[in-house]
Design a protein around this ligand. Structure first.
Ligand SMILES: [Mn+2]
Length: 322
């Protein structure tokens, strides 16, 4: 990617130790059994409206150079004694959509070992089924997907059976994930969906959706969402479609939508999930990132949310959880 001077940072945030360009947060992690691995999947094949998700992961890594390493949850600077490694990006190879998805699964799978926390930056949301498939060997799953919960922040339900004849469209990401026989899907921020999706949400007992229209107009409904997260039992994967946040703070995503979550509601969601007493968050992604021109707000927001996930994972590790 050719750096655009309008959003290219010439001066990374001041850090005490060495700043490694091209690494998330500029941290000099090591590839040998890292505690956290940041993975980049610059995949774009089916995006229906906006363009540019293929450059999203790199722009997010670049923007992460401006994210503060200190977070009060940890009380100290990242990496806080942990090995946070930024892996080389997925190579994008594959002649067909199916081959590309298989390649993504293969790229992610080596990190699904239970001792490394993978944070994947996307790329369009169509990568979700490939991520779920890569979890098959994760020790917390043991190949039994009926144990796995999925939490999704998204403007869209992504529960279509197909879009324009393509069942691996990003508009079908959650439906394809549920095809693995997952235990439960929890959605929040949803405010753009079809009749087919709405009916499935109403009738499928394995899907719980908190619509943006309800949680943003009722404090009680928002608290209900947080309580629901706190009650999750077992392994859980977190997928954040950046368009779940309000379009004003992520204007460059593939499909920006008004009326979404605030930044702090996204952070509250992360904190409630990671602190759920009986849940183990085994990985997360932030996807549909598009490099915003002129202002880095979209990719910076994505970088901050990925950092919040890392911070909350490390906080759990510090407390002897997982
Ligand atoms: Mn989505």
């Amino acid at each position: 990617m050719t750096p655009n001077p309008q959003y290219h940072y010439n001066l990374p945030r001041c850090v005490a130790d060495e700043f490694v360009e091209g690494n998330f947060l500029g941290l000099p992690g090591k590839s040998d059994n890292p505690d956290v691995v940041v993975l980049q999947v610059p995949y774009e094949l089916t995006t229906s409206y906006g363009q540019g998700t293929a450059n999203g992961p790199a722009s997010c890594v670049e923007a992460s150079g401006q994210v503060e390493l200190f977070d009060p949850v940890l009380g100290q600077d990242l990496p806080a004694g942990y090995n946070i490694y930024t892996a080389p990006a997925w190579d994008g190879e594959g002649a067909t959509l199916r081959e590309q998805l298989a390649g993504i699964t293969n790229y992610l799978n080596k990190w699904q070992n239970g001792s490394t926390f993978p944070v994947t930056l996307g790329g369009e949301h169509g990568i979700l089924p490939a991520i779920i498939e890569s979890l098959t060997t994760h020790p917390a799953i043991g190949g039994d997907y009926s144990k796995l919960n999925l939490v999704q922040i998204d403007a869209h339900a992504d529960l279509r059976q197909q879009l324009a004849g393509e069942k691996y469209s990003h508009a079908c990401a959650a439906a394809r994930a549920m095809d693995f026989g997952l235990k439960h899907l929890y959605q929040v921020g949803v405010r753009a969906f079809s009749e087919e999706e709405y009916r499935r949400i109403q009738h499928d007992d394995s899907i719980t959706t908190f619509f943006a229209a309800d949680t943003l107009r009722s404090d009680a409904q928002w608290q209900n969402w947080l309580d629901t997260l706190q009650a999750i039992d077992g392994p859980v994967y977190l997928t954040i479609d950046i368009d779940g946040l309000d379009g004003t703070i992520v204007p460059a995503t593939g499909t920006p939508v008004p009326g979404g979550l605030s930044f702090w509601q996204a952070v509250e969601t992360i904190e409630a999930l990671f602190s759920a007493p009986n849940a183990q968050v085994i990985g997360m992604d932030v996807n549909e990132i598009v490099p915003q021109q002129g202002s880095p707000l979209t990719q910076f927001t994505a970088a901050m949310l990925a950092t919040k996930g890392i911070v909350n994972h490390i906080n759990n590790r510090n407390q002897g959880r997982w």
